[in-house]
Design a protein around this ligand. Structure first.
Ligand SMILES: [Zn+2]
Length: 336
C-alpha cells in the first residue's frame, strides 16, 4: 500500500522542537521479540488461499513462504498486545502535546534479503529510523515518523519492514483546498507511475499510445500487471501483444475523500476534486487493469459497462490510458 500525501516544505530555521524530535532517530521502537509461531506450512497455505496465490514455490517439500507474508510472522495476535518502547511512546507523546494529535499510516516498504522456510524461527526488533521535517499535507501539518523492523533467522537478516506514519494537527475541513471551488482546475501534476525494469516497456508503449499486454512465450498466458515471470508456468520468456482497446468495467470503487487535486476524475468539470470512479477494467483479451472511467458521472459507473481505451496527455510528460464509456466520445465531440 502506498499513497503520497501532497507535501509542501516549510523552512524552519532553528526549530528547537524539530531538533528534539530528530534526537529520537536511531532509538529503539520495539525491543527484540520472538515470532509467536515458527514459519509453518498451514499459515502459508491459508495466506495463499486468501490471496488466491497459486505460485508453486509456496508448497511442497522445498516451499518458501510468500515474501509479502513477512509481517505476519511478527504479529502477536489479538491477545498479545504489542507495546512500543519508552522512546517511541515518548516521541508520540511529545507530538500529541504539541498539538499533532492525529495519526495516519501512510505507507510501508519491505525488503527480502533471505527467503523464509517452514521451520524457521524468527526474531525481530524495531528502530525509529527517521523523523521528517515539519510538512504540510492535505490532512494537516505534522511529522512523518518512519520505523524499521528487522526480521532475523538466527544472525541472518531475512527481511526489513519500514512503516511510516504521519502525526499531524488536523486542519478544519473548510480549509481544504478545492472545497470552496470545486470547478477549479487541478494545480498539481498527477503523481508519476513507478517505472522499473519489469514494467518499463509497458510505460514506453503508453507514451506511444500503444497498450501492450505481456505474453508468456512458454505457455502463451497473457498477464497484467507486468511481471518478470509467468504465474502459470514459471517461464521467464515473454513478448507482447497490443490490446484492442475494448473492455468492460469488471469492478470499481468511488473515491470520496480526501479530495486529491491532481486527480480530476473525469471530463465532467463539476467533478473536479470531487468524488471519482476508479475502474478495474477487464480487457477483451482477458487481463484486467485499473483506470479512470470517462464519459459518465462517477455514480453512473456500473459493473459490465462497456468501455473503450483512450490515451490522454495529463501534462507535458505524462500519458495515461483511460477508459471511456461506449458512445460518449461522440457526445463529448458534439459538445455535450
Ligand atoms: Zn507461461
Amino acid at each position: 500500500m502506498s499513497y503520497e500525501p501532497v507535501v509542501s516544505h516549510e523552512a524552519e530555521a532553528g526549530d528547537e522542537f524539530a531538533t528534539r524530535l530528530k534526537g529520537y532517530e536511531g532509538q529503539r521502537a520495539a525491543v527484540a521479540r520472538v515470532g509467536k509461531d515458527p514459519v509453518n506450512a498451514p499459515m502459508i497455505r491459508h495466506w495463499c488461499e486468501a490471496m488466491g496465490d497459486t505460485n508453486p514455490a509456496y508448497s511442497g517439500p522445498d516451499a518458501i513462504a510468500p515474501p509479502t507474508m513477512l509481517q505476519a510472522w511478527t504479529m502477536s495476535g489479538l491477545s498479545g498486545h504489542t507495546r512500543g518502547t519508552h522512546a517511541y511512546d515518548e516521541l508520540l507523546g511529545l507530538l500529541d502535546e504539541a498539538g499533532y494529535t492525529s495519526v495516519v499510516a501512510t505507507d510501508c516498504e519491505q525488503e527480502y534479503p533471505r527467503p523464509l522456510r517452514p521451520g524457521d524461527e524468527i526474531t525481530y526488533d524495531s528502530v525509529i529510523e527517521s523523523v521528517s521535517e515539519r510538512k504540510t499535507t492535505k490532512l494537516g501539518t505534522g511529522y512523518f515518523v518512519t520505523t524499521r523492523m528487522d526480521i532475523r533467522v538466527g544472525p541472518d537478516l531475512a527481511g526489513t519492514h519500514r512503516f511510516r506514519i504521519l502525526k499531524y494537527a488536523p486542519r478544519h475541513r473548510a480549509d481544504l483546498p478545492g472545497r470552496q471551488d470545486r470547478s477549479q482546475k487541478p494545480s498539481r501534476p498527477r503523481p508519476r507511475p513507478v517505472v522499473n525494469r519489469d514494467n518499463a516497456d509497458f510505460w514506453e508503449g503508453v507514451q506511444r499510445h500503444r497498450l501492450l499486454i505481456q505474453r508468456c512465450t512458454g505457455c502463451g498466458t497473457l498477464r497484467h500487471p507486468w511481471l518478470p515471470g509467468c504465474n502459470a508456468c514459471g517461464g521467464l520468456g515473454w513478448d507482447t501483444v497490443e490490446a484492442s482497446g475494448e473492455g468492460t468495467v469488471y469492478s470499481y470503487v468511488v473515491m470520496h475523500h480526501p479530495p486529491f487535486p491532481a486527480f480530476t476524475a473525469s471530463d465532467h468539470a463539476a467533478d473536479a476534486a470531487g468524488p471519482y470512479a476508479v475502474g478495474l477494467i477487464e480487457l477483451a483479451e482477458g487481463v484486467r487493469m485499473l483506470g479512470n472511467v470517462l464519459g459518465v458521472p462517477y455514480d453512473k459507473v456500473r459493473i459490465g459497462l462497456p468501455v473503450q481505451l483512450e490515451f490522454q496527455d495529463c501534462d507535458e510528460e505524462l500519458v495515461l490510458p483511460f477508459w471511456r464509456a461506449h458512445g460518449t466520445r461522440e457526445m463529448q465531440e458534439a459538445g455535450a
